[in-house]
Design a protein. Sequence first.
Length: 88
Amino acid sequence: MKKLLVLLFSVTQFCVAALSQEKRPPAKELKAQGNHIKSSGNDLLHLRFKAAHEKHLAEARRRNKGIARDLRGEGAPPPKPPAPRRIP
């Protein structure tokens, strides 16, 4: 008899716990939340690649500026090569 009462008590406790849980949102709402999370992740990835691209462009501009300066002959002239040694 005691085992039967314990079993009935545990079953009723389980049912009460199951009924007191919040209801799941509809599938449409879950899909909308998933799309929102996916789009925010894509936005973060896009910003990361955009920052890397801007860094690459800035580096290319600096490099091209230096090449243009060398072609125009601005700044200090390049160092002369060392004179060949005289063999006595």
